[in-house]
Design a protein around this ligand. Structure first.
Ligand SMILES: NC(=O)c1ccc[n+]([C@@H]2O[C@H](COP(=O)([O-])OP(=O)(O)OC[C@H]3O[C@@H](n4cnc5c(N)ncnc54)[C@H](O)[C@@H]3O)[C@@H](O)[C@H]2O)c1
Length: 395
């Protein structure tokens, strides 16, 4: 691939999110929108006409007929799996929306297809849209943890309840919030971003305990309120609290290390820096009620464009053009998927699960929920074009 060439991309699924990707690809200097594909003919036709691209109504025709370098997949989650696999087998670069898949077994099939595709097509790129990884405050948290500024980690507690969604959100789109159409609720739709960041910061826990309420505040058959507890090999514990039913919601991540406390809230990062290790102090202070001296600091971080999707698409194009890494490799998406599935498996069984857990057991339980479902979904379609309030972060 030469530097002067534009990357020829198609967007598969041009609904709420895909239509925004269409605009980005159309406007970026290194990408060319050659096709759009949607099973809703009018939708594909509308975006094809608006952005001077060819419309396709099923992705197999797109892959057989269009001349493409890559695709951006923005269909409902279940379809990320077959579409990614077929593209990767053909050597077509893939940027898939989050979550990687609905369950770990599907995610593994995608990774296997990528490995096979890469053997036949060196340089094949398989990336995932975790745009929150571009945000300055999360990059700073990652750098502080990796740079050892917090020392040994003790606890992280994330209250992420600002994913408020009204019933009209769930009623829009027949696939949403059903086991058959979506395969999960807040953990699979909104929280993949937070679960991805969690594993990026702290790695995977070895044990998960989860509690989930199904349709507690919305007419849906999947989870809308979750509390989870994680135990890590190094002794760190994690708490993860989420819902789509709290307004005003909270997005507070508190990370405690032996050298201090780092808190993200309201778009700010605050650090209480200990003068010495709190573990050393436990052992050496003669006074029973002494505390470690500390001072608080506001932590500066780089301000990046929000919400970050454009940067992920640009990095995807650069990965194809120049071999630079994408923002997030899709194979990393298996971890957030495993966290979400693991929380639900624990909630279903009423017991903690060891990681890695039995992914066949999880898939079978999901299939049983689909078979046994008697949920009657009320669908009220409306076109959503303003996504600005949906991403839940701060300027
Ligand atoms: N990264 C983010 O910030 C973000 C935000 C919203 C949604 N998403 C993800 O994007 C995906 C789509 O979500 P949405 O809210 O845009 O849904 P949506 O229902 O608004 O749009 C999905 C579109 O895909 C089309 N479609 C369905 N199956 C298809 C297929 N097999 N081939 C081609 N088109 C198909 C539908 O007709 C629809 O137009 C989901 O996986 C979701 O998790 C990501």
């Amino acid at each position: 691939m030469t530097d002067s060439k534009k990357i020829r991309l198609a967007v598969i699924g041009v609904g709420t999110m895909g239509s925004s990707h269409v605009r980005d690809i159309y406007s970026l200097p290194d990408t060319e929108l050659v096709a759009v594909c949607d099973i809703l003919k009018e939708r594909a036709d509308q975006y094809a006409a608006q952005f001077n691209a060819t419309a396709y109504y099923n992705y197999i025709d797109l892959l057989n007929q269009a001349v493409l370098d890559g695709v951006v997949i923005a269909t409902p989650h279940y379809d990320h799996t077959p579409i990614s696999i077929d593209c990767l087998h053909k050597g077509i670069h893939v940027l898939t929306e989050k979550p990687l898949a609905v369950h770990v077994n599907d995610g593994r099939k995608m990774i296997a297809a990528y490995e096979k595709g890469r053997a036949a097509h060196p340089g094949l790129v398989f990336a995932i849209m975790f745009q929150q990884r571009t945000l300055g405050f999360w990059r700073k948290v990652k750098a502080m943890i990796d740079g050892g500024e917090l020392g040994r980690l003790v606890r992280s507690s994330w209250i992420i309840t600002d994913w408020y969604r009204t019933q009209s959100y769930y009623d829009n789109g027949g696939w949403r919030a059903t086991w058959k159409g979506e395969g999960g609720g807040v953990l699979l739709n909104q929280c993949p971003h937070n679960l991805d960041l969690y594993q990026w910061f702290f790695g995977m826990p070895r044990r998960i305990a989860g509690f989930a309420a199904i349709g507690k505040y919305h007419r849906i058959e999947v989870e809308d309120e979750v509390t989870a507890y994680f135990e890590h090999e190094n002794g760190m514990v994690g708490h993860f609290i989420t819902t789509t039913a709290e307004s005003p919601g909270t997005n507070r991540l508190e990370i405690i290390g032996e050298k201090g406390k780092l808190v993200f809230e309201d778009g700010r990062l605050s650090f209480w820096r200990n003068a010495q290790s709190m573990f050393e102090f436990i052992q050496t202070s003669p006074n029973p009620f002494d505390r470690v001296d500390c001072h608080d600091e506001q932590v500066d971080f780089e301000l990046t464009d929000q919400p970050g999707h454009t940067m992920v698409i640009e990095a995807f194009a650069n990965a194809i053009l120049h071999g630079t890494p994408p923002i997030v490799q899709a194979v990393e998406g298996i971890h957030s998927l495993a966290l979400g599935n693991g929380i639900m498996l624990s909630a279903f069984t009423g017991k903690p699960v060891e990681v890695p857990f039995d992914s066949d057991d999880y898939e079978q339980r999901l299939q049983a929920l689909i078979r046994q479902s008697s949920f009657q979904k009320e669908v009220r379609e409306q076109e959503i074009t303003d996504l600005s309030k949906s991403f839940g972060y701060y300027s």
